[in-house]
Ligand binder design. Structure first.
Ligand code: IPE
Length: 247
């Protein structure tokens, strides 16, 4: 059965430094992913690539007539980030297969057969990899589709055995002063979330919202520290790991 892994922008880039990759983190994750022996689909975020330009051109997840040059540079930055990640994957002998969101999205609706095809590719030994993006709606509007929303869309259609969000922290904390890790959380709980400001798609709040949506369909969701990449592998291989479980 296939698993879904989101590599958050806070893991693969330095979120506070524009256009800066965290090459060490990507490299270590790729090296470790060789130990995962089951079908996998990866979604990655924008971090200091997509978010940097979306902020610069004043874009939001709400559809609007954004500056058309901004639309172009946000997209280019996501393709560039994707290229970096996939080339490191290939160097580690992994088999990434990039799928741009426009292939499986029709405006703001998923194309169910195309999403199912993504799952099929993962069962054939490829690692389908897609990313947050800027997409056209109707009437010359554009909107930002976050990687977190793609996770929800995929989880809903593909029904993976597990859904993992890799972040730059151990999971969800009770608050940012005490930083006590919440081991298990359910949709009913209200917690105080401190967000990174350079984030047009709503950072941690959106992740939790999407995680609750996924978990309410009965799928286990985990928030794992992607900077300790052995935890991603353990989580994928059903071993106990430090994380926040969303139920
Ligand atoms: C962002 O995707 C996509 C763009 C800004 C184009 P995410 O919102 O999922 O990115 P991270 O993981 O939070 O950085």
């Amino acid at each position: 059965m296939v698993s879904l892994l989101k590599l958050g922008g806070s893991v693969i880039t330095y979120k506070e430094k524009p256009l800066t990759l965290n090459i060490d983190a990507i490299d270590t994750i790729c090296r470790n992913l060789k130990h995962v022996k089951k079908p996998l689909i990866i979604v990655h975020g924008g971090g200091s690539f997509g978010h940097y330009y979306s902020l610069k051109y004043n874009m939001h997840s709400k559809p609007d007539r954004y500056d058309i040059h901004g639309v172009s540079v946000v997209r280019c930055s996501m393709i560039e980030l994707n290229n970096y990640i996939t080339s490191i994957m290939v160097r580690h002998n992994l088999n990434p297969y990039t799928i741009h969101p426009l292939t499986f999205m029709d405006k703001d609706k998923p194309i169910i057969d195309k999403v199912k095809e993504v799952a099929r590719l993962s069962e054939e030994g490829l690692i389908p990899i897609t990313h947050g993006d800027i997409l056209p709606t109707v009437d010359k509007n554009y909107y930002i589709l976050s990687g977190d929303e793609i996770m929800s869309i995929f989880a809903n259609i593909i029904k993976p055995d597990k859904v993992i969000f890799a972040l730059n922290v151990d999971g969800v904390y009770n608050n940012m002063n005490e930083k006590r890790l919440i081991r298990e959380i359910s949709a009913e709980e209200s917690i105080e979330i401190t967000d990174v400001h350079a984030d047009v798609t709503g950072g941690m709040k959106r992740k939790l919202r999407e995680a609750f949506k996924i978990a309410s369909n009965g799928l286990p969701v985990m928030f794992v520290n992607g900077l300790k990449s052995e935890r991603i592998v353990k989580a994928l291989n059903d071993e106990a790991v430090i994380c926040t479980m969303v139920r």
